[in-house]
Write a protein that binds this ligand. Structure first.
Ligand code: GTP
Length: 174
């Protein structure tokens, strides 16, 4: 018996969705391996990464699923969402269109995921210079409130708020 595996109390599946190039893969890389790549390639199909952590003295394995934002690479079916206890809808604060598509992603989630799935809205690339910004945090916070989502801006590049956003989601799932 391999010790590390034996100690897992729960496996929590979390899915990450959002338009292409908003930074989904890099948010995952930051949370699971504390890494970041500037030359990140588009995800094709579906991948997942895991990180095991302790919550309320239980060993929880967070299994975080990442899929392509690009329509032509999307293999998303109900299987992707099935069993997801948490979800992150990601947009890029420097590209308004990615924020405008948030409602569509939330709809897709609601259509396929379980009714009790906890959903967080994440505005990524908060590190970008103010002049590049196309979505203000208070506008996104309003949308999140209307839709009943958690909200945070984050940066996969600097790591700002990434740990906190995932932990808040996992705590809420717990
Ligand atoms: P798809 O796989 O096509 O759906 O894209 P994705 O959402 O997984 O995006 P990905 O993580 O591949 O990142 C896209 C680009 O944005 C890459 O060049 C990243 O380096 C960059 N990027 C991701 N996160 C950040 C961030 O927080 N800040 C900045 N400045 N760039 C970022």
């Amino acid at each position: 018996r391999w010790e590390g595996e034996a100690e897992i109390d729960y496996v929590f599946k979390v899915v990450v969705v959002g338009d292409s190039a908003v930074g989904k893969t890099q948010l995952l890389a930051r949370f699971t391996r504390d890494e970041f790549a500037l030359d990140s390639k588009s995800t094709i199909g579906v991948e997942f990464q895991t990180r095991t952590l302790t919550l309320h003295r239980k060993r929880v394995k967070a299994q975080i699923w990442d899929t392509a934002g690009q329509e032509r690479y999307r293999a998303v079916t109900s299987a992707y969402y099935r069993g997801a206890l948490g979800a992150m809808v990601v947009y890029d604060v420097t590209r308004r269109a990615t924020f405008e598509h948030v409602a569509r992603w939330v709809e897709e989630l609601r259509a396929h995921a379980d009714g009790s799935t906890v959903v967080a809205l994440i505005g990524n690339k908060a590190d970008m210079p103010a002049g590049r910004r196309e979505v203000e945090a208070d506008e996104a916070a309003r949308l999140a409130e209307e839709q009943g989502l958690f909200f945070s801006e984050a940066s996969a590049l600097t790591g700002d708020n990434v740990e906190r956003a995932f932990l808040t989601l996992l705590e809420e799932v717990f």
